[in-house]
Ligand binder design. Structure first.
Ligand SMILES: O=C(O)CCC(=O)C(=O)O
Length: 291
């Protein structure tokens, strides 16, 4: 679903927005099916949590970085309506997808409660500008229904925190609990917030519940001091090759893949990139190189 302008305006005004029904039904069903090849279904996990000790290691133990093991999940990180939103939010097509994670949480594995924080501390080496210039856009796509008991993200609207200087990124646990909004929605919902928005992960409040989400973040290409992951460091995974081959020219560009017409392309690079990615259709790149 194309994100309506009113949701975009809400990100600027309130700091966040939630949009149910963002992912089409077919893509969502395929992603959920693929999910169970990476993480246990809730009924399997709760039948014997001891079989899956890794989820108890830390709040972040259920995170897999992009590329995920299945294309049906990877393609949600580059979902065309998400790219459209990022371009509209960042007011340019020159954008980077700078982080994507698949995150599984299971009730009782560990306490998922966090203090409120602004995410910028590991998304830039400086701080966001108060005038919102080149703000970064962080997103959650919910792959499972999230109700009040399912460890929803708790977000504090910007109107409540405007007086807190940008240099302060963390609060004491419990501070602002009375101001937070619980982000809930059915599987397929999109949640978007900015990196200057105070929010926190919360714990499950019911047994045998689980939460699954894909968290993908975008930035303008203009500022090198923003970012999180270096894609070449993740490009040796087998599913990276598959994703590169299956993505469109537009989607590849989000990761810094040289676009058609780039000075990078010549007869040698066309040949050798094809060797690296045998399934990649090089036509759009070849067409811009003089024979
Ligand atoms: O998982 C969530 O709902 C939020 C997590 C979060 O804010 C964080 O880990 O920085």
């Amino acid at each position: 679903m194309r994100v309506p302008d009113k949701n975009l305006a809400e990100i600027w005004d309130r700091g966040f927005t939630v949009l149910p029904g963002f992912i089409d039904k077919e893509s969502l069903a395929a992603a959920r099916e693929a999910l169970w090849t990476i993480h246990p279904k809730p009924e399997d996990y709760f039948a014997d949590p001891g079989k899956y000790p890794k989820y108890a290691n830390s709040q972040f133990a259920g995170i897999q970085l992009f590329p995920f093991d299945r294309w049906e999940l990877n393609r949600l990180a580059v979902y065309p309506d998400l790219i459209d939103l990022a371009e509209r939010f960042l007011k340019t097509k020159e954008i980077d997808l700078y982080k994507s994670e698949l995150w599984a949480k299971y009730s009782g594995a560990i306490n998922y409660d966090q203090f409120h924080h602004r995410d910028y501390r590991n998304h830039t080496i400086v701080v966001p500008r108060e005038d919102q210039m080149n703000a970064q856009m962080t997103t959650f796509i919910l792959l499972s229904d999230v109700t009040s008991t399912d460890g929803p993200t708790k977000v504090v609207p910007l109107s409540e925190t405007r007086d807190i200087p940008m240099g302060k990124a963390r609060t004491k646990f419990g501070e602002m609990f009375d101001k937070e909004v619980s982000v809930e929605g059915p599987a397929g919902s999109l949640m978007v917030y900015k990196t200057d928005v105070f929010h926190r992960g919360s714990n499950f409040t019911a047994p045998e519940r689980a939460r699954f989400a894909i968290l993908t973040d975008f930035k303008s290409r203009a500022w090198r001091w923003q970012g999180k992951l270096a894609w070449p460091d993740h490009s040796e995974k087998k599913t990276w090759d598959e994703a590169i081959a299956k993505m469109s020219v537009r989607q590849r560009d989000l990761f810094g893949f040289p676009p058609p017409g780039s000075e990078y392309w010549n007869a040698q690079t066309l040949r050798d990139v094809q060797t690296r990615y045998p399934d990649l259709d090089m036509t759009p790149y070849r067409e811009t190189v003089a024979a």
